[in-house]
Design a protein around this ligand. Structure first.
Ligand code: CTP
Ligand code: CA
Length: 231
């Protein structure tokens, strides 16, 4: 793997991958989060390294401690706001962004300075977080980078319709659509059942695969998109 990283179809390319879930604090000891394991994102980072890329891995919360792929530059973050800052900064100069992270859509409006005591149940008011891919799309219009942006869509219903909508709304080069209602796909398990959606209504269903195999299939597509000069 180390020997391969000196050459390969992504040699000289900088790939940013986000992985894991975000944690949105409520007080010094509590947060809102989600069930992202981080496994698919780490597999994507490894696959990009295997093709010779320079890889930045932005990591939120993962279900278990995952070893950093050898050679990846890792940034750990907690909240959606921290992930947005890291991803936007790294993407500004990158060739590829792959957003595999499960970013919280909302967070507590107020973070209590002190631990909330039991007794009176607090009313937790929420506010929206920033959509990182929308911010990336805006930055990309200005700086022309990254050339390729890949999103993920985890859906429990209307998979194609919802993923297609995100592909367009977030101006993505490709979206990896994931049916999380299937028991062998999505959170916590080692396999994934995904569809790759590209602009123009192109849909490529992949068979049930390990997350490493999904990562390799996604990166193979990324190599093709970079070669086409697509964005
Ligand atoms: N995403 C993001 N910033 C957010 C939320 C999501 O960049 N605040 C990214 C995810 O990393 C993923 C893609 O957007 O690559 C789609 O995420 P998803 O949760 O499926 O879509 P949302 O746009 O958040 O819509 P919803 O949760 O309502 O389906
Ligand atoms: Ca969401």
């Amino acid at each position: 793997r180390l020997a391969l990283s000196r050459g390969g179809p992504l040699a000289g390319k900088h790939v940013v991958v986000s992985a894991g879930g975000t944690q949105e604090p409520l007080d010094p000891v509590r947060y809102l989060s989600n069930r992202s394991s981080g496994k698919q994102g780490f597999a994507l980072a490894q696959a990009a390294l295997d093709l010779g890329a320079r890889v930045s891995l932005v990591v939120g919360a993962t279900a278990a401690a995952l070893p950093t792929p050898t050679g990846a530059e890792r940034t750990d973050v907690e909240s959606a706001a921290q992930m947005a800052e890291a991803v936007l900064e790294l993407s500004r100069m990158a060739d590829v962004l792959i957003m595999a992270a499960a970013v919280a859509d909302f967070r507590p409006r107020q973070v209590q300075a002190h631990k909330i005591k039991k007794g009176a149940l607090p009313r937790v008011e929420l506010e929206p977080t920033q959509d990182i891919l929308l911010a990336v799309a805006e930055q990309r219009r200005q700086v022309g980078r990254p050339a390729v942006v890949v999103g993920f869509a985890a859906e429990s219903e209307k998979l194609l319709e919802n993923a297609q909508d995100k592909l367009e709304r977030k101006n993505l080069s490709m979206i990896v659509a994931n049916d999380i209602s299937a028991p062998d796909a999505g959170f916590a398990v080692d396999t994934n059942r995904v569809l790759l959606l590209l602009p123009g209504g192109v849909v490529e269903p992949l068979p049930l695969m390990t997350k490493s195999e999904v990562a390799e299939a996604v990166l193979a597509r990324v190599v093709g998109l970079l070669a086409e000069g697509a964005g």
